[in-house]
Structures are given as C-alpha cells and as structure tokens.
Design a protein around this ligand. Structure first.
Ligand SMILES: Cc1cc2nc3c(=O)[nH]c(=O)nc-3n(C[C@H](O)[C@H](O)[C@H](O)COP(=O)(O)O)c2cc1C
Length: 325
C-alpha cells in the first residue's frame, strides 16, 4: 500500500515524506537514504564549503541513489553572504530537478531555477509568506509551524492552525512541516489539508544521519520540553535543543542591555558542527524541535518511512473507519 498525493505525483516519489535541508546534516548519506526509502532526500547546499564541493556532493548522492533527490538553498540575511548565485549555478549545472528554498527574498533564485524547469519547494512560516511565494512562482509550499527546529518565524502559530490556514490560502501542493515524526503526524497533516510532510529533527535520529551517535541518543533521551528559543530579541527566532550553550544564550539575551555580540561566540555554526561531529553535546548549538518528545528510537530511514506510512494508513483505514456509526 502507498499514499498517493499531489506531492508524490509531482515529485515522482513513493511516500509523501520530505527530508528538509539541514545544515551539517543534509549530506549525501542521509539524502540518498531518504530517497532510497521512497521519500525525497535533500542535500544542504551551504553545508558544502564551496559551490564546487556542492557539485561533487551532488555527484556523490547520484552514486548512492537513482531516485529523485533535491538540494536546499537557504538564504539568510548576512553581512558577508555566501556566493548564493554560484551555489545556485552549481545546482542548475548539475541537473538537479528539485530545489528547496528557504529564507529571505528568494525571488531571483526562484526565477533562475524556474527558467531551467526546476521544481521549487519554498519553506515559509506564515500564511502571508506562503501567498507571496506562490505569486513568486514556486511550485510547492512547505509550511513550518512553531514546533519546528530551525527558524519558526516570529508569529508563534502552531501547525494545528497554520497548516489548515495555509491550505485554505494557497492552491499549490503543500507540505506540512514542524513537529512531525510518526504516522500519527503524517495522518494528521493530511487531515489538515497538506499533501505530505517535511521533517528535520526526526531524520537526525536515524542510522544514516551523518552525525555522532551520542547526538542521536540525546534526541531520543530528550522530551518535548527540551528546546530553547534563541535570537528572539533579534527578530530571527531559532528553536534549538536545550543544552548548556542554548541555556546560556537565553540567560544572556534576557539581560536588558545585551546585544548580539554578547552571544555571538556561543552560537557560531562551526561550534554546532563540532557538537554534531564529536558528540560533545555542550560544544555548541544543536538545532532540534519539540518532536524530540516523540522520538524513541534510531531506525534506518527505510524502517522509519515504512512504519510511518503503515501507521498513517492504519489510522485512516481502521481508526477513523471504526469511529463511523
Ligand atoms: C539540525 C538541523 C539543521 C537545520 N538547518 C536548516 C537549514 O540550513 N536550512 C533550512 O531551510 N532549514 C533547516 N532546518 C529546518 C528543517 O529543514 C525543517 O524545516 C525543520 O526541522 C522541521 O521541523 P522538525 O524538526 O520539527 O521536523 C534545520 C533543522 C535541523 C534539525
């Protein structure tokens, strides 16, 4: 059995489950495993130090899977931005057919990808942004609720409201993202009007995720309260796992006169990379969402996806059907 939706049809995948872009985690090992399991795996462009490294990573992923996979391009406001246009060109030259964009003002990127017939999934955190992205020409909206790891935006609208509100507002296929990790979440997202789901944190706790086993076990041991919201004060809210580093960031940020410079040494991406690679949980920020509370094991991607789809089907076919009188 399988679930057929506008997402499986458009992307040419078996299951309506996408692995969102993840800094340091979205490498070929994970993306290929998700795609081989019937979902859509996504490489994270900026995890590669240069556009040429990204070209090589795309080639590496192709060697590991003959199924569709995508590349994430995250556009963040920055004083010294990475060479976005060069990363974009590397994606286009490599013949990638699906791109996930996220972040700030994606128009020029969307235009260029669309000129090359690439399917663009745009991840956003508000209904008004979903509407404007559709106007920009994206093919799929991935709507990220307040529960999510990463940047949930500043509106604090949980998926239970955001997903149906976005489904009412846009006609293009839509992925529900944030706080999803099992078959119940998948069935709920479909019930709320989504055509599939996007997951981040849950994929970090899989066998193929290229991070240290201690980090995976940390996610399993954590519960739904084990996150901190950081950068709130700077209008760039991030949801990360609770550890001594994110606790310190919250503590410093609460000081009335504190500035970004006061927390900057704690939050560098390089330190987060060390935490993920060495398993030293307190080496830096570990990005993770509230779904940690529903992660109880470290399966392969194949086990995770088959289980999610089987559980969602059982909910739809049995649980819901039995309720009808
Ligand atoms: C470790 C980690 C790193 C992430 N890095 C990025 C990123 O670089 N770009 C991006 O668009 N989203 C990033 N995200 C967000 C995910 O793509 C996804 O939207 C989010 O994790 C969904 O929420 P969930 O974790 O509750 O499933 C990251 C998430 C995690 C867990």
């Amino acid at each position: 059995m399988a679930l057929k939706t506008r997402i499986t049809e458009l992307l040419g995948i078996e299951h309506p489950i996408v692995q969102g872009g993840m800094m340091w985690v979205g490498r070929a090992e994970l993306a290929a495993a998700v795609s081989n399991a019937g979902g859509l795996g996504i490489l994270t462009a900026l995890t590669q130090p240069t556009p040429d490294d990204l070209r090589r990573e795309i080639d590496r992923c192709r060697e590991m899977t003959d199924k569709p996979f995508g590349v994430n391009l995250t556009i963040l406001p920055s004083v010294s931005p990475p060479p976005y246009a060069e990363y974009r060109q590397a994606i286009i030259d490599s013949g990638v057919r699906i791109v996930e964009t996220a972040g700030y003002k994606p128009q020029e990127h969307v235009d260029h990808f669309k000129e090359h017939g690439i399917i663009v999934l745009h991840k956003c955190t508000a209904v008004r942004h979903a509407i404007s992205s559709v106007r920009m020409g994206v093919d799929v909206i991935s709507i990220d609720g307040f529960e999510c790891a990463g940047h949930p935006g500043e509106d604090d609208i949980p998926g239970m409201i955001l997903i149906p509100a976005a489904a009412d507002a846009v006609d293009v296929p839509m992925l529900a993202s944030g706080g999803i990790g099992d078959g119940r979440g998948l069935a709920a997202a479909l019930a709320l009007g989504a055509d599939g789901v996007n997951m981040g944190t849950r994929f970090c706790a899989t066998r193929e995720a290229p991070i240290h086993d201690r980090v995976k076990q940390f996610l399993v041991d954590n519960d739904e309260r084990s996150t901190n919201l950081i950068f709130r004060k700077f209008h760039n809210t991030g949801r990360v796992s609770k550890n001594s580093v994110s606790d310190k960031v919250v503590e410093i940020s609460a000081l009335p006169d504190s500035e970004f410079a006061d927390i900057q040494p704690l939050v560098s991406g390089a330190k987060g990379k060390v935490a993920l690679e060495t398993g030293d949980i307190d080496a830096g920020l570990i990005w993770a969402g509230q779904i940690q509370g529903l992660i109880h094991d470290i399966p392969t991607c194949e086990e995770l996806l088959s289980r999610m789809v089987a559980d969602a089907e059982a909910i739809i076919d049995k649980r819901f059907a039995q309720m009808r009188v």
